[in-house]
Design a protein around this ligand. Structure first.
Ligand SMILES: [Zn+2]
Ligand SMILES: [Zn+2]
Length: 298
């Protein structure tokens, strides 16, 4: 069994927050989790963090000193950034953090958009307390990001009020797409989005609504699980992970969505806090035993 089955050399995805819109703790969400979006993505030795919702607090608490990471934000709606001031590495002088945002058009960019959330009157003036080396990187959605090293990161603009950015991260012949806070047109998924996700190993996708709920929520910038399944099928992706659960959807509801989605898209799973997926690097996989299988290890 190659060591990359655990993600040491390949890719590893771990979900720290899967809920949309608002943290939703309590007994009715204990199995799927109530924290808002945060996904840990390991590409060999490189750490990327997709969004900084309330789930990033627990992730930060699990990390040691001297963390180096790129934090890729889909956008700055509060559910995607509210955990950032509670991310422990921000207070570590040995940490290096690069924060990326690509949905803003005003010249002050991502630094300005974030800093108002950790200053008076919303918070104490926390930036005087941050000790990490932090840089802020603005880009235009559609760009390929120039990370200092490590994986390739392609981006795409998504349909969402105020904008949102989708990411495709590629590493050692594998890829993961993170497409959240987006809405498909009535004609189905956009051709450029299909091309963007085509053939990816894992598609993490907004699945906030059922079709019935969506009828009264057009223009709110979120997708249904069936729209996500359609994109996964047309784009021939490996596995679909349904993400950004509505705060009103309790665990039993999510069980029902998972069962329905699996009937139309056999490789669909519902994201849960703590869920981990490992992908061996493709070069290692091709030399691995048949028992390792062709699917991600969930
Ligand atoms: Zn959201
Ligand atoms: Zn949003």
């Amino acid at each position: 069994m190659p060591t990359s089955a655990t993600g040491d050399d390949g890719m590893m995805v771990r979900f720290w927050g899967v809920r949309g819109s608002l943290p939703t703790p309590g007994p009715s969400t204990v199995r799927y989790g109530g924290n808002t979006p945060c996904v840990e993505l390991r590409c060999g030795p490189h750490l990327l963090i997709l969004d900084a919702g309330s789930g990033i607090r627990g992730f930060g608490a699990s990390l040691g000193r001297g963390v180096e990471a790129d934090i890729l934000l889909s956008h700055t709606h509060y559910d995607h950034i509210c955990g950032l001031p509670f991310f422990r590495p921000l207070f570590d002088p040995a940490a290096t953090l690069r924060i990326w945002g690509g949905h803003l058009t005003h010249p002050d960019g991502i630094r300005s958009a974030l800093s108002v959330t950790w200053r008076k009157p919303l918070m104490p003036d926390l930036d005087a307390e941050f000790r990490a080396r932090v840089s802020f990187q603005d880009f235009a959605a559609g760009a390929t990001l120039a990370l200092a090293h490590g994986p390739r990161v392609d981006t795409i603009a998504l349909r969402h009020p105020g904008g949102s950015v989708g990411y495709r991260i590629s590493w050692e012949g594998r890829s993961v797409c993170y497409i959240t806070d987006t809405e498909h047109s009535a004609d189905g998924p956009d051709a450029d989005l299909v091309a963007f996700v085509r053939g990816t190993d894992i598609l993490i996708h907004d699945a906030t609504y059922t079709e019935e709920e969506y009828r009264t929520r057009h223009g709110w910038g979120h997708a249904t699980w069936s729209a996500a399944a359609e994109l996964a099928t047309v784009g021939r992706v490996g596995s679909l992970v349904l993400f950004h659960h509505d705060p009103d959807h309790d665990d039993d509801w999510m069980d029902a969505i998972g069962a329905a989605a699996a009937r139309s898209c056999p490789d669909a799973v519902v994201a849960r806090e703590g869920m981990r997926i490992a992908l061996a690097s493709l070069t290692e996989y091709q030399g691995a035993t048949a028992s390792f299988g062709s699917k991600p290890h969930i």
